[in-house]
Design a protein around this ligand. Structure first.
Ligand code: G4P
Length: 528
């Protein structure tokens, strides 16, 4: 095997997705502890009381250093080089959260065992499905009272439309949580809450072991035997091919906080999750082990310091090896360049790197030439990756400038910020740029936008919230969009490529529009 291939085969690049509070940060932290990347729990993110409030934008700016470094975490474990992509949640939930998934080769979905599938998981899950990447499920907080595990699996299957394969199975939950049964080794790993140490003890035992009654109680023993019989008889078969295609999700039960079930999860996950995969590009397919370097931009982070207009651009390497100071081609502008100060994040540290391989993420300083979805590659072999889709914003506002003399700056600011991908801008058909409709995925983006317009472009804006929550791109229409039959609370807008779109206040209205206009095809993502 070539040296390059060896490096790439060892890489695993995945995103962790969850609804806020399901335990994504806690699980990430525990994974990093195994890798030795951090040596103390609590190092990844502060306690909730330290987390910023929505309105406290200045604080957010101060904390930006943290959010930049936590965008991707790299660590090594048993010969693997693991890249965990953080998907911003809470108030930071934005299009970036979706875009990050475009850079991952697989996803780990953390679910709170007492809550099941929640809203944000649903949304993120849709993006994973669109990409057909393998999805692993970690059902967390088994040390608290949980829903019935069969019901949890049924909910995942019904709501998310993916089949499940429990790799292990829980014995009780909450105060009665006794551990998990590993279906492949046919062993029990027993759990006993260990005071305040937040580290559970694990004892292994066979299902036929006579001492099992003592360990988990006769009732649990009986329930477990019945459950396993049911799973082995009627459940899904394990099929690696289906896992790789994202059609079957291996499920693990555990408790991240007490560090129970995390190590078996990590070990199984590393066996099942793929090394960097081939990516589609306009020229055909791009093989990760190809000698020529290639990468695409999936995230741009503006520098909030006015004195430094530069931005940090994150790229996912898709093929070859990146070397510091190598000459690359920025495909969209046709310019050859050297990437400035390439850096990688190792847990808390940001460091300048000398080299990186397919699967890795690098951040580079960007004087303002990159856009989301752009390709950077070796000038010897040009490839162009398919762009990153535009995801549907959920909050909309009409924006205008307070001072009419500031029109030029207003246009420049909105266009530039939109180009970075922080907001999406739309216009009402046949109106000028005096006002625009801004759409965002997370409401915090409005505040970021307002702050940046004032500080970077010196424009004060007036924001009038609009009552829409759904946007659809018109893919096919039987007639001129203006003549479509639409309910009075549906709005027609255009993006700046002059595509027509519809804004709706409810899902009911979307159905109404497609019912009343046969031949109208609407899309939730725009792949232009
Ligand atoms: P998130 O990143 O998905 O938003 O979730 P995070 O890890 O921050 O966890 C949310 C809360 O759930 C935290 O409690 C965390 O300690 C708790 N938690 C995570 N995993 C488990 C688990 O396996 N069992 C139990 N019982 N709790 C768990 P918090 O009180 O909100 O914050 P903190 O004060 O502990 O930081």
């Amino acid at each position: 095997m070539s040296d390059l291939r060896k490096h790439i085969e060892k890489r695993r690049t995945f995103a962790i997705i969850s609804h806020p509070d399901a335990g994504k940060t806690t699980l990430t932290e525990k994974l990093l502890l195994y890798g030795g990347a951090i040596n103390q729990a609590g190092a990844v993110k502060g306690k909730k009381s330290d987390r910023h409030a929505v309105s406290d934008w200045m604080e957010i700016e101060k904390q930006r250093g943290i959010s930049v470094t936590s965008s991707v975490l790299q660590f090594r474990y048993e010969g693997f080089c693991i890249n965990i992509l953080d998907t911003p949640g809470h108030q930071d939930f934005s299009e970036d959260t979706y875009r990050t998934l475009m850079a991952a080769d697989s996803a780990v979905m953390v679910i709170d065992a007492s809550k099941g599938v929640e809203n944000q998981t649903r949304k993120l899950f849709k993006v994973c499905v669109m990409r057909n990447i393998p999805i692993f499920t970690f059902i967390n907080k088994m040390d608290r009272d949980s829903k019935n595990p069969f019901d949890l699996l049924e909910q995942i299957e019904d709501e998310l439309g993916i089949k499940t394969y429990p790799v292990n199975w829980p014995i009780g939950s909450g105060k009665e949580f006794k551990g998990v049964y590993d279906r492949s080794t046919r062993h029990i790993i027993s759990f006993s809450a260990n005071g305040n140490s937040r580290q559970a003890d694990a004892i292994e035992a066979d299902l036929s072991d006579s001492s099992l009654d003592d360990l988990i109680g006769p009732l649990n023993h009986e329930t477990l035997s019945d459950d396993i019989e049911l799973l082995d008889g009627g459940g899904e078969e394990f099929d690696m091919e289906l896992v790789r295609k994202g059609k079957l999700s291996p499920v693990f039960f555990g408790s991240a906080l007490t560090n129970f079930g995390v190590e078996p999860f990590l070990e199984n996950f590393l066996k099942m999750t793929p090394a960097p995969l081939k990516r589609n590009c306009i020229e055909g397919e791009c093989d990760p082990a190809d000698d020529s370097f290639s990468a695409f931009v999936f995230k741009i982070q503006a520098n909030m310091n006015k004195a430094h207009r530069d931005r940090l651009t994150f790229m996912r390497i898709c093929s070859g090896k990146f070397e510091r100071d190598m000459e690359v081609l920025h495909v969209q502008s046709g310019k050859k360049m050297r990437l400035s100060q390439p850096q990688q994040m190792m847990a808390q540290e940001r460091e300048i790197i000398e080299s990186a391989y397919a699967g890795d993420i690098i951040g580079v300083f960007d004087p303002g030439i990159f856009s989301i979805g752009d390709t950077v590659c070796s000038p010897k072999r040009k490839v162009t990756f398919e762009g990153i889709p535009t995801f549907a914003p959920e909050h909309f506002a009409r924006i205008r400038h307070k001072d009419t003399l500031k029109r030029k700056q207003f246009v420049k600011g909105t266009e530039q910020i939109a180009q970075e991908g922080a907001i999406q801008i739309f216009k009402e058909p046949y109106t000028g740029m005096e006002e625009v409709i801004v759409g965002v995925v997370g409401v915090l983006q409005f505040e970021v936008f307002e702050y940046r317009m004032k500080n970077e472009y010196n424009v004060e804006i007036i924001r009038e919230p609009l009552p829409y929550s759904y946007i659809r791109w018109i893919e096919e229409t039987p007639k001129d969009p203006k003549e479509l039959m639409l309910s009075s609370d549906t709005k027609i807008v255009q993006d700046f490529k002059d595509n027509f779109l519809l804004l709706f206040s409810s899902e009911w209205n979307i159905n109404w529009a497609t019912d009343k206009n046969p031949g109208l095809v609407l899309a939730e993502f725009n792949k232009d």
